[in-house]
Design a protein around this ligand. Structure first.
Ligand code: HMG
Ligand code: MG
Length: 296
């Protein structure tokens, strides 16, 4: 069995750090991730620069990036303005990002749940016409800090509409990291009943309550083979109160190595990059695997 790790550290990770790294350091981070064997590295976002100042250098970053053969470098794009900017800088893969709840749609996109589709539809249409690959995220899949628990049917409805725009994959985001394996089972049941199987789905867990790895294993057992993770477990979403870092890529690789699942990623090389990054960010990685490997 093989699992594709969709690395989000440079985007989901760095978007939430108070320290803004220089653009050359971000490029070096991405280069090191590719060297460690990651083949999908979400590099940055073409969102409004005042909304996410940490990634305001997206254009400069992409212009200075040395692309490794066989590696994809998707970027987040919310709207047509973002797509125009991405196209000017040689992007081949984008991701749109929808919300399952009204509260987060308003805070993260300045839209309603309904009007987010009007924003995304022309983005996907034009991106596909340019030959780009388009992924979709759906956020707040289990609960929302303002609205509480989110019903699986609500997530399936939003997710199906995002897929129907023409996206090749839907990444299910536990934005605030509150889901548990039981919630994952229930959501995947609801997608299956709605005609969306594991081949169209990826999982995106934040590790606020320490459940990200258990949730991932649950998803793998249900046939999902694309898992989002962030090196060093950095990150969160600035517009989601209480969101912490993603599942750490090292924690994921440690588990997959143990299961005999191929990822193509060299754990020690990745952990060395985490320690390098933690030094730059001025705080230790929250990943237990990074901490344990550092003591070896
Ligand atoms: P808005 O204020 O409604 O934008 O923001 P607008 O369409 O009304 O435009 C206002 C002005 O902004 C215009 O300029 C536009 O040109 C400009 P003016 O004409 O006034 O001079 N503008 C832009 N400039 C540069 N790039 C752009 C852009 N768009 C408009 N792309 C908008 C709407 C969507 C842009 C804003 O809400 C936004 O940028 N939101 C992004 C927030 C964000 O990045 N959040 C974090 C990522 S999501 C996440 O982390 C969750 C995830 O990890 C999954 C999970 O964990 O669940 C993916
Ligand atoms: Mg996220």
């Amino acid at each position: 069995m093989r699992v594709t790790i969709y690395e989000v550290g440079p985007r989901d990770g760095l978007q939430n750090e108070s320290a803004v790294l220089p653009v050359e350091v971000k490029a070096e981070f991405i280069r090191r991730l590719a060297e460690a064997g990651l083949t999908t590295i979400e590099a940055t976002s073409f969102v409004h620069p005042t909304w996410v100042p940490q990634l305001a250098d997206a254009a400069e970053l992409l212009d200075g990036l040395t692309r490794a053969p066989g590696v994809r470098y998707p970027v987040l794009v919310p709207n047509e303005r973002g797509l125009d900017r991405a196209l000017e800088h040689g992007v081949t893969d984008i991701a749109i990002f929808g919300s399952a709840t009204e509260s987060f749609a308003r805070r993260n996109l300045n839209r309603t749940v309904e009007s987010q589709f009007e924003m995304f539809a022309p983005v996907v249409e034009r991106a596909l016409a340019h030959g780009l690959r388009v992924r979709a995220y759906v956020s707040m899949c289990f609960a929302d800090p303002w609205e509480g628990p989110v019903a699986p049917a609500q997530v399936v409805e939003v997710g199906r509409r995002l897929l129907d725009l023409g996206c090749y994959e839907l990444s299910l985001g536990d934005t605030i990291g509150v889901g548990t394996p039981g919630h994952v089972e229930a959501l995947l049941d609801a997608f299956e009943a709605g005609g969306v199987g594991p081949d169209r789905l990826a999982v995106h867990f934040h590790d606020t309550y320490g459940q990200a790895l258990a949730n991932t294993l649950t998803a793998l057992r249900r046939g999902i083979t694309v898992v989002d993770a962030s090196t060093g477990g950095i990150g969160g979403c600035p517009y989601a109160k209480s969101a912490t870092g993603n599942l750490a890529t090292e924690d994921l690789v440690w588990m997959l190595d143990g299961l005999g699942v191929e990822t193509g990623v060299d754990l020690r090389s990745l952990a060395a990059t985490s320690l390098w990054l933690a030094g730059l960010l001025g705080r230790p990685s929250p990943s237990r695997v990074v901490q344990a490997l550092a003591k070896e």
